[in-house]
Structures are given as structure tokens and as C-alpha cells.
Design a protein around this ligand. Sequence first.
Ligand SMILES: [Zn+2]
Length: 237
Amino acid sequence: MSHSGDDSLSDAAEECYNAEFRSYPDDAWYNVRVLFAGNSGDKMRVKYDNFSDDYDNIFIADCFKSAYEVYDFIGRFHKASAQLQDPDCSMVVKGMRVCSSDSFGNDDVRFYDAIIDEMLHKKHSYVNGQEECECTFLISWLHGPNVGNIIDKGVVNICLLQGSEILPKLVSFIEIALKKIDKALCKSVSATSNDLVALHKDNKGSPIVKWKPSSLECIRQVSLFVVICSSFFCLSM
Ligand SMILES: [Zn+2]
């Protein structure tokens, strides 16, 4: 589904790195910008901040095999999260979902989602007039190599999520992918029930399939999710 080095994609639509993408290889969040190809918008390039073009991911709407893959793909994007500032630490409360950094040796810092398990407040200090938070945040990792583990973090390690609305340009790409899957499914449904059984068996081969209602029902739910999210985004503009 993804590979690098498609020169047909244009960089003309300059955008800043205002989104985050949860990469497939390590499941960590990265700052990215998203570019779309030509007028059809059925190809997209994900460019990683501070990484060379060699690390770009190319996604083609045609290549999604099921609505489940599309659903998973949508969940891998969100707006860039914001670093928690020292004076604002009281905004973080028990049970809140945040994004937090985890270190894996020299200069290898990766970001994963976590739930605040507990807050240990301390009186803030002031250095050169600047308020400094010395509170401790106990977090439980939601994904990544330490999923389920609880660890203590400082304010510098905590980022606030900024909503899960789908990027406006991503909506049209998703719609193209769903239409192509819908067409393929209609052909399958008009064939035999054995074809549908085979389709479900094929889906089991995908590492990112986690949810298995009926395929048509899934497409309806993903489509509804896209409509709701895009409507919400328009309202919040
Ligand atoms: Zn604090």
C-alpha cells in the first residue's frame, strides 16, 4: 500500500507540517505534511518533518483492499498536537488522553498516545520570572513497544491532542478509496456467497484488520464517520 519515490506527485501544494501521522512500521506519531497528486486526488504523499524524501510514504486510493484498512488509515491522522506549557499543567487531568514522548537511546525519541493514570502536583517554581512545572504525570501507554506500562513523565514530555477531525483534503481521498471498494464489493455480492467467504478470508491476511462487521455495513459506517468528521471540521472553522 505504501512505497517511496513516485515522482508524479507534485509538491506545488505547499503546506506546513500541521498534521501528525502514526506510521505503519513503528506505530509512532510523526509531524507530517500531506500532498495530493493532480486533479483526481487519488494519490497522496506523506512527508515526514526532519526526514529526507526517501522516507516519504505514497498512498494510492486504488490500493486499499477493504473498508477496514480505510478505517485504520483514517485513525492514523490527526492535527499536530501541542506541547503542554508549564503554567497550563492543571489542564491535564486523570483519564485524559495525551501524546507523550518515549526515549530509546541517543536522539531516538518517539511519540505515542497514553492515558493519564495519575497527577502528582507540586508547587511551581519561578526561574528568571518564568514559571516552571515540577509536577509528575503518571501515564499508561496506549500503543507502542511499552503498551500497558505505567511510567512517570514531566511536563516537557506531554503534548495535548487537538481533536481528531479528518484533514479536509484527506476526506476526498478517503471517498475515492471507499467508492472503489464499494464497486468491487458490489461485483462480489452479485456473484455467489462463496465469493464473500473468500473475501473475508483474504482480509484475515492483513495485519491491520481488527474489526469485522459485514463489509457493506463497515463501508456505511466508515462513510458516515467521514461525513460526520468533515461536517464537524467545517463547523469548527
Ligand atoms: Zn505543574
